[in-house]
Design a protein around this ligand. Structure first.
Ligand SMILES: [Zn+2]
Ligand SMILES: [Zn+2]
Length: 343
């Protein structure tokens, strides 16, 4: 099969390798679509260094089952499926509590996080654990289905962890791919004011077409003043989906009493300071959220199935696997959202 193998940083090579065969409780999928995530881009460019070579990246995948190992009963050859990239044992204490993303024996197919990293979906075929394969409803395209994992992360952060309520005034800081998914989830959940903050004019424009009620450039004047002009009582919920530490600091600065805030986008180890007494008297409720769970994956599928969120709206580029280099170049540009590989 054709696969994009990362041999070293900045050395992504297209080559023919042996297609995987399923072991017990494993499923092999003919990949139809796979989103390129920032973590893939960072691995390829050497921006994140926790990569063991050779590595096949790509963890936002959908496809068709081509083979199942013994013990697999919920899917069969020919089924259209969605892949949950974060594997889990289902038996440890964390898994039993529903926190499969804390699993003692966690693995990822093509992603980042656990020590056990298995080949991902920038290839014609991929193999994973049967538990990580979910049925794709017929009405959902393979490309939308490939974005189940990031959409599930947005649902988990905004709805499950930060408990957004209908009518809440919500601020999303950073409206790239994942921020736009948070925005669409908040809109589907009945946000009141829905304010997008981003330094990119392209991103702000996109946010406005997808349901933001206002968009603010944090580099033009005082972002706090602008937010409080629109919602004088301040936000009920702020979600940082940007990454840079400045975005986290801005989030802390935007709080009023009782604001819930979610440290969602930053993954680098940078420090920000909080005033203890102020945090006490603000009764601030800080959440954070990473990864996904089977529950969140199911909810994301339901949002798509019922037409509440269509993640295909954030897809701006599509490339064949043979053109993955071009796709990686597009990832470095500002005027793009989700880039999809169709192996
Ligand atoms: Zn991802
Ligand atoms: Zn476990």
């Amino acid at each position: 099969m054709l696969a994009a193998v990362l041999k070293d940083f900045n050395n992504l090579v297209l080559e023919e390798i042996l297609a995987p065969k399923p072991g017990t409780n494993e499923v092999v999928i003919r990949v139809k679509a796979c989103g390129i995530c920032a973590t893939d881009y960072k691995a390829i460019k050497g921006i994140r260094t926790n990569v063991a070579f050779p590595f096949i990246a790509g963890h936002e995948a959908s496809g068709i089952v081509t083979a199942v190992g013994s013990g697999v009963s919920h899917v069969k050859e020919g089924d259209e499926v969605i892949c949950q990239p974060s594997g889990y044992c289902g038996l440890c204490e964390h898994c039993r509590a529903g926190n499969t993303h804390y699993c003692d024996r966690a693995f990822t197919t093509g992603g980042d996080g656990p020590d056990d990293v298995r080949p991902g979906a920038f290839a014609e075929f991929m193999k994973t654990d049967a538990k990580c394969v979910l049925a794709k409803p017929a009405g959902i395209s393979f490309e939308a289905a490939a974005l189940t994992e990031p959409l599930s992360g947005a649902w988990k952060g905004v709805i499950q962890y930060s408990e957004m309520h209908v009518g809440d005034d919500v601020v999303i800081i950073g409206v790239g791919g994942i921020g736009l998914l948070c925005l669409m989830v908040a809109r589907a959940a009945g946000a009141g004011h829905l304010i997008a903050i981003d330094t990119s004019a392209y991103a702000r424009g996109k946010a406005m077409t997808l349901g933001a009620t206002a968009a603010i450039d944090p580099r033009q004047g005082d972002a706090r003043e602008k937010v409080y002009e629109i919602i004088p009582h301040g936000p009920d919920l702020i979600v940082e989906a940007a990454g840079p530490i400045e975005a986290v600091r801005l989030m802390a600065d935007l709080r009023r009493r009782g604001t819930r805030w979610n440290v969602f986008g930053i993954t680098t180890h940078e420090v920000f300071e909080l005033d203890g007494g102020l945090t006490h008297f603000l009764e601030g409720r800080m959440d954070a959220s990473f990864g996904t769970t089977p529950l969140a994956m199911q909810k994301a599928i339901r949002l798509m199935e019922r037409g509440l969120v269509d993640p295909e709206k954030i897809v701006t580029h599509r490339f064949a696997l043979a053109d993955i280099q071009e796709a990686i170049d597009v990832m470095g540009r500002k005027d793009r959202n989700k880039v999809i590989i169709n192996p």
